[in-house]
Design a protein around this ligand. Structure first.
Ligand code: ASP
Length: 575
């Protein structure tokens, strides 16, 4: 007989009468009289109850092989909660394949264990049903994505990990080069430059499930190393990329949820900023930002009259917010850069209670209630100031006040298109690229590149899911002259451009086709599809918030010998 004939969680009433062998870990043991014990054995598919006769020293997480005959549980002892709850293994022979120390926390889905303890013993944590489900869902997503990309003619091509820097805007992880002391490789922030080189190299449609490394502050949706579905297409425009990626996303969502999502809606960046105060709007709930400038056109209230814009949101049913809650909201608005926050409670009969009500005319107050569609019992919040700032502050308050957990509810995919080419002006007076510097400006706006750069739209687009940015892409510049123009605008001198991206500029001189691409984060997509609010739950071996790996202890010091070999000397630690 083989070591194992069946998986624990797969046994059903139809299997009754069969002699089977299962292998797994002891999930629990309940004594029943002196010589009889119910032992639940667990593998990645679930658990099976084994009725074990005779004395056995079977403890939690011991590794066992149990051979027995499958039988129906006696009437009245079935467990309808369990897929194997109708049956049990009887006449069992138990072999202990390995003993185990008591686990640092119980292997159940309801673990309360601290995350650092879970990560320190990730091999125990991963045995939990939820983690097994997440790992398998992730594998399914990868496989569906590969299938979807290949079906559309994309070819999987690997790109190197030890490279020169990629300009994604984050800090590089660097690796000292032993054979060239004083020199360093960067780990790729993305395969961006290589996939563009592949286009020049005739690859036509490239994709890769690529590891990217960025030294940025970590959060629930960010790790130092993360996986992207990375793609690039030659002789393609924005519409081609959106169609290819939308199809891949639909295939993946269908593979995982069983239903094919509707066509992904689109919103311009300008509308996203105006209605939600962000470029990654969470469209699962309303509370849109409303411009109340018209209502206040003739107001004498200076804070409103002198502002660039006045925007408001309606917080339904929160007119009962206490003064201290309102003070906290005001502090939050100020910490985000607003001069202040104006709150108004809508009373029965539509009257308004607010510290500033006395400065506003009755028809202005009524106009504000009308513009926000507010009703008695609602709270209205207003921010006055520079338009983008007012949008940003209210957009964040909207999330604080109304946002469901990211994994909850529908999967709201959204394409945000027509991003500006530049996101602002830096201290040096130069525009700051909103995407990377290889992004093609919108053809209608190219003439304004020098005269009014901030008004220039780009051919860049983002994919958003439930308010998380899943990924970005763009049509690329493929002509050296335009690239040079953008570099000059950014203040990157020709010699500088040559030393940083010379290899790409050189490649562009040898026949670069028009090309466009996209990349999205797999960890984020998998987390939301798995119903998790933190990407660490869908990564087998993630790092903690401080970038440490409690399991291996990384990062660790290296020996004097290694340092010497690399030609490195450490400064004394900062105190
Ligand atoms: N390389 C970009 C990123 O990682 C995506 C792209 O433009 O294709 O965000």
């Amino acid at each position: 007989m083989p070591l194992r004939t069946d998986y624990c969680g797969a046994l059903r009433a139809e299997d009754v009468g069969r002699e089977v062998s299962v292998c797994g870990w002891v999930a629990s043991r309940r004594e029943h009289g002196e010589h009889l014990a119910f032992v639940d054995v667990r593998d990645h598919t679930g658990i099976i109850q084994c009725v074990v006769d005779g004395a056995h020293d079977l403890r939690s997480e011991y590794v066992v092989r149990v051979t027995g005959t499958l039988r129906r549980r006696p009437g009245g002892t079935e467990n309808p909660q369990l897929p194997t709850g109708q049956v049990e293994l009887g006449d069992c022979t138990v072999e202990i394949l390995n003993t185990a120390e008591p686990p640092p926390f119980p292997v159940t889905d309801r673990t309360e264990a601290d995350e650092t303890v879970r990560l320190r013993h990730r091999y125990v944590d991963l045995r939990r049903d939820r983690m097994q489900r997440n790992l398998r869902l992730r594998a399914k997503v990868n496989s569906a994505l590969r299938g979807a990309m290949e079906a559309q003619g994309f070819v999987e091509i690997e790109t190197p990990m030890l490279i020169a820097s990629t300009p994604e805007g984050a800090r590089d992880f660097v690796v000292p080069a032993r054979l060239a002391p004083g020199n360093f490789y960067a780990l790729p922030q993305s395969p961006q430059l290589f996939k563009q080189l592949l286009m020049v190299g005739g690859a036509d449609r490239y994709f890769q499930i690529a590891r990217c490394l960025r030294d940025e502050d970590l959060r629930a949706d960010r790790q130092f190393e993360f996986m992207q579905l990375d793609a690039e297409m030659a002789f393609a425009e924005q519409e081609d990329v959106l169609a290819a990626i939308s199809a891949a996303i639909a295939d993946v969502a269908e593979a995982v949820t069983g239903t094919r999502p509707a066509e992904i809606p689109r919103m311009t960046w300008a509308e996203a900023d105006d209605r939600f105060g962000t470029d990654k709007p969470d469209t699962r709930f309303g509370m849109d930002l409303v411009d109340v400038g018209e209502v206040l056109a003739g107001t004498e209230f200076r804070a409103f009259a002198e502002a660039g814009a006045v925007k408001g949101i309606r917080v339904a049913g929160r007119g009962d917010a206490t003064r201290s809650e309102l003070d906290r909201l005001t502090d939050r608005a100020k910490s985000l850069g607003a001069a202040g926050l104006v709150w108004m409670r809508v009373r029965e009969g539509g009257t308004v209670e607010s510290p500033v009500a006395k400065f506003l005319a009755d028809d202005e107050l009524a106009g504000l209630v009308g513009a926000l569609g507010a009703a008695p019992g609602d709270l209205m919040l207003f921010v006055a100031g520079e338009r983008r700032l007012a949008n940003k502050v209210l957009g964040l308050l909207r999330l604080d006040l109304g946002r469901p957990p990211v994994s909850e509810g529908p999967h709201d995919f959204l394409w945000v298109v027509d991003f500006p080419l530049f996101e602002g002006v830096g201290d040096d007076g130069r525009p700051i690229p909103a995407h990377h510097p290889f992004t093609m400006p919108h053809p209608e706006d190219i003439d304004r590149l020098e005269s009014d750069p901030l008004s220039v739209r780009s051919q860049a687009y983002d994919l958003v899911l439930n308010g998380w940015e899943l990924g970005s892409g763009s049509v690329r510049i493929h002509r050296a002259e335009l690239q040079q123009r953008i570099f000059s605008l950014l203040g990157i001198a020709p010699e500088d451009a040559q030393s940083r991206f010379g290899f790409l500029l050189d490649a562009f001189r040898y026949g670069a086709p028009p090309h466009a691409g996209f990349a999205f984060g797999l960890d984020r997509l998998v987390a939301i599809l798995a119903g998790e609010d933190n990407i660490r739950e869908v990564i087998a071996f993630p790092k903690t918030q401080s970038g440490a790996d409690p399991l291996t202890g990384a990062p660790t010091p290296i020996s004097e010998k290694q340092l010497a070999e690399l030609g490195l000397k450490l400064l004394p630690p900062k105190t």
